[in-house]
Design a protein around this ligand. Structure first.
Ligand code: NZQ
Ligand code: ZN
Length: 386
């Protein structure tokens, strides 16, 4: 096992009716900005629950943060924060709203001239404007981690940011919110969380027995609850297990002491930036090709995964490893998630070259757990995903 430090300061309020308890987590007298997305919270009752919990606070609102939170929209919110001297934010939404608020948390205290530098120059945020979240869509774990991903339409870029100053102070996780989530987004959430675990697990053996078992148990739980929550998102028990699995998949715990990959996300983000494909679906497109291309370096963990998550116990290491990849594809298909780029766009020719060129320009010369995947490897993996 590798050395590590672990700290996660986010307080979780989990369960039925917890939205009503959020006021006690916000400092008295705070000048509050509540931020949300395209308006789903006004249809499903979450907006009303939050507003009633916030009675007595001085609250302004900023709605309209789109999926794949857009930099230009966030700059409008940044102006509100500065003009109105906001000192606490409340994100009410999925990963996009929470990530948008993390960018604002960093940008509000940023002393440079151009907030885009936080993303393009990967500036680590040590201190941010404090914020809490009310999660409306299990998927990203942004509610309990310190990372964010921001898109910029103008330049077709999608960049990550983060730092120890960007953990939410608290997050409210009421699984009842899942009841209103459309099937497409539930499938996305399962796929995203499942891939988060794979990115931190499908590397090479490092003797981290507990981390492996926790990772495998999150994947097994997602596989177990997926059909239930897809069939009936108001099934509270399924929704609760789905929600907590998504949070646990990327709250930092399972990546401690182990090598991590994240190449699937790096390539996937480019597909969202180029074609607007949902984040989770880009991962389902890239992951099978990535694991086949890097088969030799990953086959031991692939075979362990096949055995422990999918009960594939017969065959050689190579056979089990390939069967594990196939089982993953079948799992995504069972959620109605396509795993080929050509199933999402007819305009895919040249995508692999475009992406590898972007990686060259940014100096991303070695990604993956061994930092040895070059832009030319990236080109081949994306091409295999057509
Ligand atoms: O905008 P509204 O009206 O809220 O509708 C949203 C949106 O259209 C809707 N929705 C959310 N909760 C709902 C609901 N509809 C009905 N009922 C509810 N209770 O769902 C749609 C998608 O929302 P979004 O927040 O975009 O989805 P998700 O949570 O999957 O977030 C995706 C974003 O997170 C980033 C992705 O790249 C993408 O930009 N990620 C963030 C990560 C992180 N911070 O750690 C890690 C991930 O790997 C990922 O990259
Ligand atoms: Zn993801």
């Amino acid at each position: 096992m590798l050395n590590f430090e672990f700290r996660n300061p986010t307080k979780i309020l989990f369960g039925k009716g917890q939205i009503a308890n959020l006021a006690k987590e916000i400092p008295a007298g705070a000048k509050l900005l509540m931020l949300y997305g395209g308006g789903s919270i006004k249809q499903n009752g979450i907006y009303d629950q939050v507003k009633s919990a916030l009675q007595g606070f001085d609250v302004l609102e900023f709605g309209g943060i789109p999926a794949n939170p857009e930099y230009e929209v966030l700059l409008n919110a940044l102006k509100v924060i500065k003009d109105e001297k906001i000192n606490f934010m409340l994100a009410v939404g999925g990963g996009s709203v929470i990530d948008g608020v993390k960018f604002l948390s960093s940008a509000a205290l940023y002393e440079g001239d151009n907030p885009w530098d936080i993303l393009s120059q990967r500036i680590v945020t040590k201190k941010g404007l404090p914020f809490g979240t009310v999660l409306t869509l299990p998927a990203t774990a942004s509610e309990m981690n310190s990372g964010a991903v921001i898109s910029r339409h103008e330049t077709q870029e999608k960049f990550s940011m983060g730092g120890p100053g960007l953990f939410p102070q608290f997050s409210v996780l009421d699984p009842q919110v899942v009841a209103s989530v459309p099937k497409r987004q539930i499938a996305n959430g399962i796929t995203d969380a499942f891939t988060h675990v794979m990115e931190q697990y499908m590397t090479y053996p490092i003797g981290a027995l507990l981390q492996d078992r926790i990772a495998e148990s999150i994947m097994q739980t997602l596989v177990e609850v997926a059909p239930k929550v897809v069939k009936d998102p108001s099934d509270y028990e399924a929704a609760a297990n789905f929600m907590w699995s998504c949070t646990m998949a990327l709250n930092g715990l399972i990546q401690k002491g182990v090598p991590t990959d994240w190449a699937v996300h790096a390539m996937g983000h480019e597909l969202t930036a180029l074609f607007g494909i949902d984040h989770a679906r880009t991962l389902a497109i890239i992951a099978p090709s990535h694991y086949r291309y890097n088969f030799n370096g990953k086959k031991e963990k692939l075979a362990q995964y096949a055995e422990r998550v999918w009960n594939i116990t017969s065959g050689t290491t190579d056979e089990k490893a390939e069967a594990g990849i196939k089982a993953t594809e079948d799992f995504f298909h069972s959620l109605d998630i396509n795993t080929r780029l050509s199933e999402y766009t007819g305009d895919f020719k040249g995508t692999a070259q475009t992406i590898s060129q972007k990686f060259i320009e940014r100096g991303w010369n070695g990604i993956g757990e061994r930092k040895d995947l070059t832009p030319s490897d990236v080109e081949k993996i994306v091409e295999m995903s057509y």
